[in-house]
Ligand binder design. Sequence first.
Ligand SMILES: Cc1ncc(COP(=O)(O)O)c(C=O)c1O
Length: 214
Amino acid sequence: MKTTRRGFGTIALGAAVGAISGTSVFSRKAPAQTRANHANGVYDNGIIQLNQNESARGPGPKTMDAMHSHTTKRVGRGYSPDHVNELRQGVADYYNISTDNVQLATGSTPLLQGSVRAFCSADKTFVTPMPTYSTSLSTARKLTQPKIELPLGSDLGVDLDSLANNGEGAGLLYLCNPNNPTGTVHGPDAVEAFVRRVMRENPDTYIHIDEAFY
Ligand SMILES: Cc1ncc(COP(=O)(O)O)c(C=O)c1O
């Protein structure tokens, strides 16, 4: 996942431990359940929810063993793991950018929420295609920030022109690429052209590019 913007080139790495700090992996009866069924303790015959990385089978036994034997307080499990600064430095060196432009988090959810909090406000709209991954939109809703939801194109892909057309007065444009849940993807040239257009036409508008599935 990448938050791309001049002066805010944030590369977000969800530490592997992020995946196991949530509850779903350890509640083995509950992978891929609808939220309602999960809340009600119904563990089968539910509609499978496929838009949030769940595997209907859950992790295999070897994966579970490895996670149990390697997860300690020192590698996460609710607290920052060791070597965060070294990792941050390593990422900055790799991309030849300042560590100020590298933000790490356990999973990408805090970063998705953070960019909405940072760049949207009562007069800075949050703009998103829909359907797409909805953490950012949920955050904007919770904060009662103004928001625009744009329909996908007829191919179920994100309409980059429409997103850019709504850049004026926006605080943040959200682009999920590949788009979850439709699985459509824009290549680097199209994404770069989109980013350059927004930077040119609306230099105060930020773009959050979520490449969780890239
Ligand atoms: C597109 C997309 N972005 C972000 C996330 C959140 O990822 P994380 O579990 O690392 O917070 C997901 C999870 O399914 C996702 O599908």
